[in-house]
Design a protein around this ligand. Sequence first.
Ligand SMILES: [Zn+2]
Length: 160
Amino acid sequence: MQHLWSPWRSDYINRALAPSGCVFCELASGQLDDAATFVLLRAEFNFVVLNRYPYTSGHVMVVPNEHIATLEAAGEEVAAEMFRLTRLAEKNLRALYKPGGINLGMNIGESAGAGVADHIHMHVLPRWTGDVNFMTSVGGTRVLPEDLQKSYEKLKPAFQ
Ligand SMILES: [Zn+2]
């Protein structure tokens, strides 16, 4: 089922935000407006943000503030908090989206399909039976910005 993993390939890339640097570092800096960039939560070492190019509604990512390319490079506290936030995302997505299942995962390195290869991030997304077929039929069509705004308004209170 390679479709299941195709979203990792078309990752969180926003060249408008990051003409030269790392988009996750820009988001981590806190210099951008959280609502405009769909940042849902800032914890001590990580933040949670909606994927701008979601594979399904409610596709979020847990991202360390630190620019690290491997999970191994994350300190214990960073990694522990990352996992805690992943669990929180799982809980919130389950409560708000009532999915049939949840995918979570990371692509570490370009060959694994990471769009932003040198700054790790954990994808968490709700899944429904048949959504793969749906996405296949619309072939590359992205979820509309209004939907992203709706996702943000829905999820934001749950992450507070
Ligand atoms: Zn970075």
